[in-house]
Design a protein around this ligand. Structure first.
Ligand SMILES: Cc1ncc(COP(=O)(O)O)c(C=O)c1O
Length: 395
């Protein structure tokens, strides 16, 4: 059998570390252990019934089973524009400022190719969602690390960037509420981002994957910031907000020149999302948002239960203001990897090591609030039995 060597672009893609971790967790489960899996990012709740009903109804109309329009349906773009107005007070033109994506992951990985040329720079938050690097790699772009530090509440400090890197940069990814840190953006952080991007002609891509899952007030849209549309776009996903991760639907909203490039790119790659899914998405956006508030409250309850028990075992860390992730420092004497291995082998608790999210993630692990409060508490109790932290409160 001939062996065809992967292209340079494929070779540049980051190693599939998450798949390897999943395999390791699978092996511990196969050995008969009851593993509490807190490493994943897939919501455990179901899609609200009114959205599922819209999908089912749309499937029964055979015209909806044909090719959708190349750039997606106007009714959905209008629903996005209406939603942004109602939810964030932001006005967008549905025709020129909204693109339909097959999930925000598809948008993230495509975006550098639509704006950035080989050798130019893409600034990626560190720790951050690894696919920003995948997008940069496929574009042949040069990744520039933007350190997100605990002392800055994991918000960007553009002074940490090298001037030469800034000159080279064409795109900047940001993500609040953050995966993995759980940090939420301040108005000031977004204002500084607009000023920085404007001064340096950098296109901002704000990834709002966890919109609606906020515990310290409503989620802030980047587009609420004055001048934001001038310098970039926001990616808005339905995966987490409505438990629609399998639907593969999200939007890019904002600067019309960026939207036009995405539309052109996508026209060559896809024929938009399945029409019934576009109907379901429109219903999700235009319906009452109580289901989102309830979902956010559920994650908040889980967060509080987890932190109650963390306190008992003396494990301290920043309390997340949004997303469904908790970012915790490892116990002393461990690396992210050795701590993750230790928890899996000795407590049968699966977490994600921080260095999967970049070099500034070293020294942390990420816990997902994707389990019942009882299970989260049990996980921390099991870890407590390993006596890794000074249990000043409990003893
Ligand atoms: C920060 C971030 N962005 C984007 C995504 C991808 O979301 P989607 O389902 O819209 O592709 C995820 C998924 O976990 C995420 O954590």
């Amino acid at each position: 059998m001939k062996h065809f060597v992967p292209s340079i672009a494929i070779d540049r893609l980051p190693a599939p570390v998450f798949a390897e971790l999943a395999q390791r967790i699978g092996a511990v489960k196969a050995a008969g252990h009851d593993v509490i899996t807190l490493g994943q990012g897939t919501p455990d709740q179901t899609t609200p019934v009114h959205i599922l009903d819209a999908l089912k109804e749309a499937i029964d109309d055979s015209t909806n089973l044909q090719y959708p329009p190349f750039r997606g349906h106007d009714f959905l773009k209008q629903a996005v524009a209406d939603f942004y107005q109602k939810e964030f007070g932001v006005s967008v033109d549905p025709a020129s400022e909204v693109a339909i994506l097959l999930g925000s992951k598809a948008g993230i990985v495509a975006l550098p190719q639509t704006i950035v040329n080989p050798g130019e720079g893409v600034i990626v938050p560190d720790p951050g969602y690894p696919d920003y690097l995948s997008g940069a790699a496929l574009a042949g772009a040069y990744p520039i690390t933007l350190p997100l530090l605990a002392e800055n509440a994991f918000l960007p400090d553009y002074n940490l960037l090298d001037t030469k890197d800034v000159e080279r940069a064409r795109m900047l990814f940001l993500n609040y509420p953050s995966n993995p840190t759980g940090a939420t953006a301040t108005a000031e952080a977004f204002e500084q981002t607009v000023a920085f991007a404007d001064a340096n002609d950098i296109c901002v891509v704000h990834d709002l994957a966890y919109g609606g899952i906020s515990f310290d007030g409503p989620t802030r849209s980047f587009l609420q910031t004055e001048g934001a549309k001038n310098v970039g776009i926001e990616l808005f996903s339905l995966s987490k907000r409505f438990n629609m991760s399998g639907f593969r639907i999200a939007f890019a909203i904002g600067n019309p020149s960026v939207i036009a490039s995405i539309e052109t790119y996508q026209e060559h790659l896809y024929v938009s999302a399945f029409t019934p899914i576009q109907h379901a998405a429109a219903v999700a956006l235009s319906s009452d948002q109580t289901c989102v508030r309830e979902l956010s409250a559920l994650y908040e309850t889980r967060r509080d239960a987890l932190f109650g028990q963390l306190k008992e075992i003396g494990w301290e860390g920043p309390v997340p203001g949004g997303s469904f992730f908790v970012w915790l420092p490892v116990a002393s004497g461990f690396t992210s990897q050795s701590f993750t291995d230790h928890l899996l082998d000795e407590a049968h608790v699966a977490v994600t090591p921080g260095h999967f999210f970049g070099e500034y993630g070293e020294g942390y692990v990420r816990i997902s609030l994707i389990a019942d409060a009882e299970r989260l508490v049990e996980a921390v109790q099991r870890i407590g039995q390993l006596h890794l932290f000074s249990q000043t409160v409990a003893e």
